[in-house]
Design a protein around this ligand. Sequence first.
Ligand code: HSE
Length: 437
Amino acid sequence: MNPINVGLLGIGTVGGGTYTVLTRNEAEITRRAGRPIRISVVADKNLELAKQVTGGNVRLTDDAFAVVADPQVDIVVELIGGYGIAKDLVLKAIENGKHVVTANKALLAVHGNEIFAAAQKKGVMVAFEAAVAGGIPIIKALREGLTANRIQWIAGIINGTTNFILSEMRDKGLPFADVLKEAQRLGYAEADPTFDMEGIDAGHKLTIMSAIAFGIPMQFDKAHIEGISKLEAEDIKYAEQLGYRIKLLGITKRRSDGIELRVHPTLVPAKRLIANVEGAMNAVLVQGDAVGSTLYYGKGAGAEPTASAVIADLVDITRMHTADPEHRVPHLAFQPNAVVDTPILPMAEVETSYYLRLRVEGKPGVLAEVTRILADQQISIDAMIQREPGEGELQTDIIMLTHLTREKAIDGAISKIEALPVVKRKVIRLRLENLDK
Ligand code: HSE
């Protein structure tokens, strides 16, 4: 049978992995896809590298625009990244009637609505399994495997670099800055680690999952995003004493009045499986009304794990591209005319539990003042510990866990607590999720 022809844009880590796996598993993949999937042209600025990876067996060019215009190419695989030239290339490929596979989470989270609308109009597929959690087939699970469910919430460790850093901070009791340097030395964190550290990368991936879980447009600009750079090693230690681990979670939750969409360091009970996901691994926990909770675990980055997702999309497209567009799996899981504009809730309305650390003077009545403020805001305390003050020390730490409350109530309480003369520094506030229902 005639091969389907792929134009590969970018032959860096993931592009190289895609080429290697497609070549190595060619026979097996053909048996699954029903026809060979052939990379017929590769575009990369670094032609020397492209030659090395492909062994000179494929047509090479440094002009990616020529690939998206090439009449021989059926599917364009975009592995360039970023919102700049990648966006122009994807839109051009769609305009030229090509199907697109992309690993570009930033592009989809920010410009996805425009891209999917263009693809819908042209009747082409845009597949993006590799954009979220690398090799874990979470897009497939959300769009197809869990299609019977009303999805209630998703909580994921969807950035491997920050998970590695948090694991090291906990294991070795080291501060964030030291572990970041180590991660950079090992090649995990990038030289400019902002997207990973500040939660932006996780925010992109969460935005995509939220859209396909709830049938809403991509709304990255409405996501609340906090990273791990301000996290203190002491809080990891106190959380541990209380039976919790701190993870950078992407959380999206359906409520009757809207949808929560947030990335932040989160206390999770240490006994949950997801709390035990260590190092650079990813995991996504999905709660559906019929299935209950399901957990997906695996490598969220790297050449071959990400290639595994890219090739799965290539096989899907190969199987489906002769099908009538109406009968394909919709890009965003829901039929385009059934996408709804449920509001993303502002952070003040988010409901969760909290971890508070207060530096206070060690004298009678301090606790009474603090708990009075919490009681006035209807905030109920779940657990509390007080650090034993050192010899002659006049200040100490009080750590409290609250029951479920609204963010605006905790914010109100914190500003009142910080105004008390017995409270000696800004209150450390972290969010806590039980992830049990
Ligand atoms: N920087 C990402 C991570 C890589 O650390 O998980 C894949 O998106």
